[in-house]
Design a protein around this ligand. Structure first.
Ligand SMILES: *[C@@H]1O[C@H](CO)[C@@H](O)[C@H](O)[C@H]1NC(C)=O
Length: 217
């Protein structure tokens, strides 16, 4: 009798999509005020909801003081840029260090909607420091620390700056050029990309989002 009840409960749990939401990334950030801006964007763009549906995830979060280039993106790019900070597997520094290669392309939540944009370049430097960046650009977002982790389902790690998909946040993107062919040829790495990052948008308005009251859904 008892085992029958247990069994039916298990079947119910397995059938319900809610059962997949084993973690709540917003909840995990609630007591971390230094990531309030990032957490707000996660919620606003509904990326948090999508992340919570994943079997495993790693969030690369940006502290409020480094949020400018992300928060100042136009609304139509914001969601993709935020989704680009969610890796589709569980990683922590130990797992990253155990990888056989020192560099790897890791899929992000953005890859579910955009296969070409949705990967991050992970690279471990000679000194063991770990970096993330858009493929084809220098890896400059440094892994600072683990903010929270539940092995092996979800981790939240701080990175030193936003990791924008290729072509985001660059005011001088060349128009008219079609996307690269699907052959996966070697992309040339432009050393100037880092310079562009630094020089753009000296007077962003990170507070803008906070000023407008967002209707509760
Ligand atoms: C990943 O980043 C490293 C370090 O910046 C670079 O050497 C490597 O070419 C990059 N790989 C890709 C595919 O962009």
């Amino acid at each position: 009798m008892t085992s029958k009840i247990v069994l039916s409960v298990l079947v119910l749990a397995a059938a319900s999509p809610v059962a997949l939401a084993a973690f709540d990334v917003i909840q995990m950030l609630v007591e971390k005020p230094q990531y309030a801006g990032f957490s707000k964007l996660l919620e606003q763009t509904n990326v948090a909801g999508d992340a919570n549906q994943l079997r495993a995830a790693s969030l690369l979060v940006v502290p409020d003081k480094e949020m400018k280039s992300l928060a100042s993106l136009p609304a139509d790019k914001l969601r993709a840029a935020v989704a680009n900070h969610i890796l589709l597997s569980y990683f922590d520094p130990i797992k990253l260090d155990e990888m056989k290669t020192r560099t790897a392309l890791l899929p992000t939540l953005l890859s579910k909607t955009d296969k070409t944009l949705g990967v991050l370049n992970y690279t471990r430097a000679d000194d063991g420091q770990m970096y993330f960046g858009a493929p084809g650009a220098p890896c400059v977002a440094k892994l600072v620390k683990v903010v929270a982790a539940r092995p092996y389902s979800v981790s939240i790690m701080e990175v030193s700056e936003p990791i924008l998909p290729p072509g985001f946040g660059k005011p001088v993107a060349a128009p008219g050029r079609r996307g690269k062919g699907g052959k996966g040829g070697k992309g040339k790495i432009k050393p100037s990309a880092a310079g562009l990052e630094e020089s753009k948008m000296p007077t962003g308005k990170p507070k803008e989002a906070a000023a407008a009251p967002t209707p509760a859904s």
